[in-house]
Design a protein around this ligand. Structure first.
Ligand code: FES
Length: 342
């Protein structure tokens, strides 16, 4: 069975031929970075410096032939063909939290926009949940399929007993159809939590740009509320993009942060405002608004969350045009059923 050795840590584990390198590493107890686990967000990217790898079903948009030739691989999709040595930035053991399975009960739901439902979920009273602000939960359906949602409330020292989730109605999405049309208070689900490596790197003191599209605001909300609770004052500039005014569904909350905290700036950006929106704010693509304001991002950290197209454009353009170091871009891409099928 091939052995995978990670550098620079020197951690190693066995991974059967044909098994995903990331999942096998996580199962072996290592803390490797990941988010979508579907070959889209690039969070799990590593560089194979020794050995042959099968790159797996990765779209060329997310891993080019040129990148493959340099040895880059998306470890959620790649499988080993022989022993491998891979360069990857592992997560600090102090930041890592092992996920667990538990039941979760629907407590209440409230529509905060025509296509966004705010859902509150209760966790077992004897299992307060410790997580990092920005992480996500997976709902495991009866057929074994999973649906991921970011946690929108902040963690607390003693753990939380409730989750706040922002669920967007997506065409053809069976789970969102359930949430919008069939969900009942007290419904019980099986969940795995907490997941993902999209969370605030607290050891850094670099100014932060946060970029949210649509319900990508949820984990950003968790991170900002957590950082306010902790008294952090690192400068944060939050850009929240949507098509219409109603897509910025918690605008007052974000404006309130900016009003009461001088280190926070909030900039909503609409791409297709209607006349009825009476919009006088910024317009265009949200990641381009960031580039206009920060032509040099070499000293920043970016936390971006939302649709794959926004995340992908931001990662590419920030690095190519604004000098953002690759390692300073943290992302969480929301994949719909349609994205996964594509
Ligand atoms: S976790 Fe591998 S590309 Fe997102």
């Amino acid at each position: 069975m091939p052995t995978i050795t990670l550098q620079p840590s020197g951690h190693s584990y066995e991974c059967p031929t044909g098994a995903p390198i990331l999942k096998t590493g996580l199962d072996a107890g290592l803390f490797m970075p990941y988010s979508c686990r579907s070959g889209v967000c690039n969070t799990c990217r590593g560089k194979v410096v020794k050995g042959k790898v099968d790159f797996g079903p990765v779209h060329p948009k997310y891993l080019s032939e040129e990148d493959k030739a340099k040895g880059y691989a998306l470890l959620c999709c790649a499988t080993p063909l022989e022993d491998l040595v891979i360069e990857v930035t592992e997560i600090d053991a102090g930041d890592a939290i092992r996920s667990k399975y538990m039941p979760a009960r629907i407590l209440r739901a409230e529509k905060v926009a025509p296509d966004v439902m705010l859902v509150r979920v209760g966790l077992p009273m004897n299992e307060p949940l410790v997580f990092r602000a920005g992480q996500y939960v997976e709902f495991i359906r009866k057929d074994g399929s999973r649906r991921s949602y970011s946690i929108a409330n902040p963690p607390t020292n003693n753990g939380v007993r409730q989750l706040e989730l922002h669920v967007r109605l997506t065409p053809g999405g069976q789970f969102t159809d359930y949430v919008f049309n069939k969900m009942q208070v007290r419904d019980i689900h099986r969940i795995e939590i907490p997941l993902g490596s999209f969370f605030l790197r607290e050891k850094s003191d670099k100014p932060i740009v946060m970029l949210a599209s649509g319900t990508g605001f949820a984990p950003i909300k968790s991170i900002i509320e957590y950082s306010l609770r902790k008294g952090f004052t690192r400068p944060i500039t939050l850009y929240w993009g949507g098509r219409r005014r109603e897509d910025i569904y918690m605008r007052e909350l974000a404006e309130g942060w900016a009003k009461t905290h001088p280190h926070i700036t909030f900039i909503p950006v609409l791409s297709e405002p209607a006349a009825s929106d009476k919009w006088t704010g910024r317009t265009g693509f949200v990641h381009q608004a960031v580039m206009q304001d920060f032509p040099d991002m070499s000293g920043l950290e970016v936390y971006a969350c939302g649709s794959p197209v926004v995340i992908d454009s931001a990662r590419r353009d920030f690095a190519a045009n604004c000098k953002l170091p690759e390692a300073a871009f943290y992302a969480d891409a929301f994949l719909t059923t349609a994205d996964k099928a594509a």
